[in-house]
Write a protein that binds this ligand. Sequence first.
Ligand code: FES
Length: 180
Amino acid sequence: LFPLAKALAQAGNELTTIIGGRSEKYVILFDELAAFSKETIATTEDGSMGEKGFVTGPLKRILDDPAAKPQAVYAVGPVPMMRAVSDMTRPYGVKTIVSLNPIMIDGTGMCGGCRVTVGGETKFVCVDGPEFDGHLVDFDNMMKRLRAYKPREDADHEKYHCRLEAAAARLEAAAATHAK
Ligand code: FES
């Protein structure tokens, strides 16, 4: 989203940026986006930063405000969020671009792993996207495909643990001790 937002701002567009996360530590690039946004709004699910809730909260307010009606909405992030944003903007007729993130394998249009359906047509996200009209994306199909390996991933998560997670926990503990 960052380079896209920057380019839109540099092209003379007025931006309102809504950035969300589970909690404050997952909200990234807030200041960087705020540097070229007319307004920057943070939302967190636990209320630790900005408004409590999801990005669709402030988006609805903006869509309902006739003076603020956006010409386009760009959504980048988790698929359920992009779907919710697309569903929300559809009745308002606001062009909505989503950046799809399916399972990718070769990234060259050869394997078909990233196949999605957009406007009834098959597209390969790696070569045809990743940006698509959110109102035309078959999110049901995409979410089903994203879950294809979920049971196996869950089983592997039980078995294997990333060494970076342990290192991050050690760093966080050391930082907490240092802060005392
Ligand atoms: Fe293989 Fe796109 S990742 S076709």
